[in-house]
Design a protein around this ligand. Structure first.
Ligand code: ATP
Length: 298
């Protein structure tokens, strides 16, 4: 009889246990993401950062992962203007991810300088800076918990309305609503398997709730289905309004919409400018571009 009376409490405890299990795996995920024991120590600067005013400037930047190896990028001088979309293109191993890693300050820079507006990047408070950057990459990390948590994870105290608004902007609301438990559906290792395009849209929604100054998109090299491509492109167009967007671009449609294109090859910037200027140059970019059809990948 006592057991019978305690049934609701036992049920509650059971639910709490399930929540705890879900939470503990999410905590593990966060710890593994934060585990940078093999990364170099990055010292934070003191200057507070809130908003990008003019842009990010690389001045004669060279960087090698190992002192004994050839630099991954060499003598890079580029401007990434505030509020515009800059596409970084180039063959595999050209140095595209290294440039992103340097912007995020994953590595210490020894040769050259990166400026954010008037300040050397290394003098900015690291937390402030990274707080204003969201990265949406091709291998999006999905935490083993609900869709809801996966979107809200980006910011503390986010409201229900904000999560739904972000999912709508990311063109994810519709497919989420069609999942068995909607926003409460579990995803990740122990949940519903989402397609690559769906995961990217959840990652976009996660980025949107954070409302970052700088959005970095590492575009998928393998083509998504054309509906996903279109939905992501549409979401990005909305997101890039008045935001600094940096895209490691493979799709011609993205490249065509960029305000500026930086072409890398073997660690060096070989061409940069707007699409018509690059086509006129008739160099590597024009060659790659002319080889592809519209909607194809570079
Ligand atoms: P992909 O399109 O294949 O991702 P990418 O243009 O992003 O290539 P990077 O990943 O920046 O190129 O690599 C530039 C160079 O640096 C390459 O020679 C690569 O082998 C090297 N490299 C990249 N990451 C590391 C690392 N963690 N340690 C050592 N070398 C690295």
């Amino acid at each position: 009889f006592i057991l019978y009376r305690l049934q609701p409490q036992v049920k509650q405890l059971d639910a709490a246990k399930v929540n705890l299990i879900a939470l503990s795996s999410a905590v593990d995920d966060v710890i593994s993401l934060l585990d940078d024991s093999d990364k170099p120590y990055i010292r934070s600067g003191n200057i507070h950062f809130q908003k990008l005013k003019q842009g990010i400037y690389f001045e004669s930047v060279s960087f090698a992962y190992n002192a004994t190896e050839k630099p991954a990028v060499q003598d890079i001088s580029i401007v990434i203007p505030q509020g515009k979309t800059t596409a970084i293109v180039g063959p595999s191993g050209a140095g595209k991810s290294t440039i992103i890693g340097l912007i995020c300050r994953f590595y210490n820079l020894e040769i050259g300088e990166i400026y954010v507006d008037d300040y050397p990047l290394k003098e900015l408070n690291l937390h402030d800076w990274r707080n204003q950057i969201a990265i949406v990459s091709q291998d999006v990390h999905m935490f083993s918990t609900t869709v809801w948590e996966n979107i809200a994870y980006g910011r503390l105290g986010v409201t229900e309305a904000e999560v739904i608004e972000a999912a709508k902007l990311a063109n994810a609301h519709q497919f989420i609503s069609e999942l068995p438990q909607g926003y409460d559906t579990k995803v990740g290792d122990r949940g519903v398997r989402l397609s690559g395009g769906q995961r990217q849209r959840i990652a976009l929604a996660r980025a949107i709730v954070r409302n970052p100054e700088i959005l970095i998109l590492d575009e998928a090299t393998n083509a998504l289905d054309s509906i996903s491509e279109h939905l992501i492109q549409e979401a990005l167009n909305t997101l890039s309004d008045n935001r600094t967007v940096i895209v490691i671009a493979h799709r011609l449609a993205t490249i065509e919409q960029a305000d500026k294109i930086i072409v890398l090859n073997a660690g060096r910037v070989i061409e940069q400018g707007k699409l018509p200027d690059l086509l006129k140059l008739n160099g590597l970019f024009a060659q790659l571009y002319n080889l592809q059809h519209r909607n194809a990948h570079i």
